[in-house]
Design a protein around this ligand. Structure first.
Ligand code: SAH
Ligand code: MG
Length: 198
């Protein structure tokens, strides 16, 4: 990976107000990835490729990342960034709505990273769980959504997103196959590990 390019990609993304992963959130995920050494990662929400490029460093030797993005301009930028970072052999982008693409995938993943439309998290969870390896981990960003999710916030246009994030967290917590932790880094990070026994 080309680190000086990665710094430029990050700077440009921030200047363009692309909601890339926050540094403290990335640090937490990096710890998990170092421990897991994943062969396959699924990412929902590529944006301009920043997080996928960062994650690619922690893959097993011949591992790879599949990542989904519905905004065409961002897909074009992500491809350019991935090439500049010299990790194009490790990252495969699907262009389209993840709600439509996910049901067509049939791989097994060690890590599923959810970082897209908050209102769709319950759907992403269902599809992610279907493709999660036995010792896999679901990681989801922005689950506390500026504090709205755990407060009595109940207004305006974010209402559906907040309701669906609450539903998502409830499903994680009530799923007997998962051991879930919510970390208060960045905008809230959920880490749900499949329990080994059962
Ligand atoms: N993971 C990226 C940031 C992703 S921002 C990083 O940290 O670098 C969220 C992205 O998800 C946006 O680019 C948005 O266009 C995309 N997105 C939102 N809903 C989506 C959906 N249903 N299907 C595919 N992409 C989606
Ligand atoms: Mg995010």
């Amino acid at each position: 990976m080309n680190r000086s390019e990665l710094e430029k990609i990050k700077k440009e993304a921030l200047e363009n107000k692309i909601p890339i992963i926050m540094d403290d959130t990335l640090d937490e995920i990096a710890k998990i990835l170092k421990e897991v050494k994943p062969a396959k990662i699924l990412e929902i929400g590529t944006a301009v490729g920043y997080s996928a490029i960062c994650f690619s460093e922690y893959l097993q030797e011949d591992g790879s990342i599949d990542t989904i993005e519905r905004d065409e301009e961002r897909v074009i930028k992500a491809k350019e960034n991935i090439r500049k970072a010299e990790v194009e052999d490790k990252i495969n982008i699907y262009f389209g709505d993840a709600v439509e693409i996910l049901p067509t995938l049939n791989c097994k993943y060690d890590i599923v990273f959810i970082d897209a439309a908050k209102g769709k998290y319950p759907i992403f969870l269902k599809e992610g769980l279907r493709m999660l390896n036995d010792n896999g981990i679901i990681i989801a960003d922005n689950v506390l959504y500026k504090g709205y999710v755990l407060s009595d916030y109940n207004k305006h246009k974010q209402r559906t997103a907040v309701r669906n994030l609450r539903e998502f967290l409830k499903e994680l917590e009530e799923n007997p196959e998962l051991e879930t932790t919510i970390l208060e880094v960045g905008d809230g990070l959920a880490v749900a590990r499949k329990r080994l026994s059962k």
